[in-house]
Ligand binder design. Structure first.
Ligand code: HEC
Ligand code: HEC
Ligand code: HEC
Ligand code: HEC
Ligand code: HEC
Ligand code: HEC
Length: 280
């Protein structure tokens, strides 16, 4: 424990130097709990070692393979730790951003009653997400004021928890002292995006669809966010011309790293039905 504290202190000092983070002020602040830090998470694994799940295309089979949490939702964190998925850190041909090692600190926000103490594992999040997805877009480094009302309204933690990550209904994953019945939800592959922003220019095609599950199995969030896509539905301009030129979806959908956007492939994206099962 003493060692963990020392390492943590060192990290925080390093952070202050590198990121110009102000020293903590007095007043309400997140407490760092070294006992909750998990140093055993795997680093991004070599591109060559691909897990079996990547060869499974049927959503129900994918759901069956992925581990579940207490509530019954898909547990993507356990999937990562157990090596069921090994999402790459960068799009094909690009270097991953420098390692996030050293940011393995976790927070506990203390509530008036311990039941509602909130666990925020910073460590788990930087396994997939780039810093700029949260700082400063969603959270300041210190003294973030977060409420359940904001989360339920799709802000703060709710920017991801609900649309793409487990929803606010799964209280016990953030409020770890809460005891709720196990297996009360059905696992669902959430995060389908329907592109309905451009006119189809005379082509009789359904709107293009993008499912998060099929991509997060293979790529970390930071391979796409925010460099290629703003993390907001409807915020990005995508055209077929961009895709053909290797931009946007075309960074991967080039016929080598993923199916191409040429004739014969159109309906793989312009599909009439969502590919994922509906969210809760
Ligand atoms: C999922 C969102 C998210 C991501 C991604 C994220 N952070 Fe944070 N970070 C937070 C939150 C929330 C806090 C706590 C803010 C508060 O309540 O005061 C925090 C706090 C911090 C702090 C202050 C720690 C202290 O000593 O009090 C630093 C420094 C920090 N983050 C750096 C980073 C860096 C560097 C990265 C990328 C490697 C990163 N964060 C990625 C959400 C995130
Ligand atoms: C930028 C997106 C994003 C934001 C913002 C975010 N999370 Fe997460 N979080 C994720 C993803 C992705 C996972 C992986 C689980 C999943 O997808 O269902 C996750 C997992 C978790 C886990 C499970 C960790 C584990 O070890 O099992 C907890 C707890 C959690 N988040 C709490 C929070 C809290 C509290 C906040 C706000 C302070 C927050 N998250 C903000 C994306 C986000
Ligand atoms: C994604 C993580 C997450 C989930 C899931 C979640 N909460 Fe919260 N909750 C938070 C955060 C973050 C806070 C603010 C912590 C702080 O600043 O003290 C909070 C605060 C609270 C508070 C304190 C009062 C308030 O409104 O701010 C209560 C009560 C609460 N949550 C109940 C629940 C219940 C009940 C559920 C399930 C229906 C739930 N929460 C699900 C993250 C979560
Ligand atoms: C292969 C690229 C890719 C990956 C990987 C990816 N996303 Fe996305 N994400 C997108 C696209 C494309 C959109 C839709 C943008 C638009 O509509 O303009 C999106 C939208 C979102 C949104 C907004 C959803 C909404 O309903 O408003 C969130 C939140 C998000 N992503 C979070 C994540 C998280 C968290 C991860 C990692 C677990 C992740 N994304 C992984 C491409 C990706
Ligand atoms: C990799 C996925 C993907 C494939 C494959 C694909 N498209 Fe698209 N297409 C998109 C996306 C995403 C958009 C943007 C839609 C929007 O923003 O509303 C789009 C937009 C379009 C548009 C609107 C105008 C424009 O040029 O952007 C047309 C027409 C279109 N696609 C036709 C096709 C045809 C024909 C094919 C097969 C030759 C095809 N698409 C294959 C993803 C794809
Ligand atoms: C970082 C790389 C990457 C980006 C960016 C990307 N994809 Fe994919 N996508 C893949 C890979 C890899 C597969 C799986 C391999 C295959 O099917 O060829 C896939 C599979 C798919 C599938 C079939 C699986 C399913 O969900 O039904 C669709 C549809 C799809 N992508 C649409 C899109 C659209 C639309 C965009 C842009 C908004 C996009 N992708 C951006 C890499 C990417």
């Amino acid at each position: 424990m003493a060692i963990a504290v020392a390492v943590l202190a060192c990290n925080r000092r390093a952070l202050n130097v590198f990121l110009d983070v102000p020293e903590p002020e007095s007043g309400p602040e997140a407490t760092l709990d070294p006992a909750l830090a998990d140093a055993s998470l795997p680093q991004a694994v070599a591109d060559t070692l691909r897990p079996d799940i990547e060869s499974v295309a049927d959503p129900d089979s994918v759901i069956a393979i992925l581990p579940k949490d207490n509530a019954g939702n898909i547990d993507w964190v356990t999937a990562l730790r157990a090596g069921v998925i090994r999402p790459r850190a960068a799009p094909p041909g690009q270097e991953p951003k420098p390692s996030t090692e050293g940011f393995g600190f976790d927070f506990v926000y203390q509530a008036e009653t311990a039941t509602f103490d909130t666990y925020f594992p910073h460590s788990t999040h930087v396994e997939w997400l780039g810093c700029e997805s949260c700082h400063p877009a969603i959270f300041p480094y210190r003294n973030a004021a977060i409420t359940m009302q904001a989360i339920n309204g799709g802000e703060a933690c709710g920017e991801c928890h609900g649309p793409v990550a487990f929803s606010a209904a799964t209280c016990e994953r953030c409020h770890r002292n809460m005891e709720l019945p196990a297996g009360r939800m059905s696992p669902a592959l959430i995060g389908d995006i329907v592109f309905e922003r451009s006119a189809n220019m005379g082509f009789d095609l359904p709107p293009a669809r993008f499912s998060h599950w099929s991509h997060r199995i293979r790529y970390q969030c930071k391979a796409c966010h925010p460099s290629s896509f703003e993390m907001e539905s409807g915020a990005n301009v995508v055209t077929m011309a961009m895709i053909s030129e290797g931009e946007s979806c075309g960074a991967c959908h080039n016929g080598t790293d993923a199916f191409s956007s040429g004739f014969g492939e159109c309906n793989r994206c312009h599909a009439p039905e969502p590919t994922a099962s509906p969210g809760e």
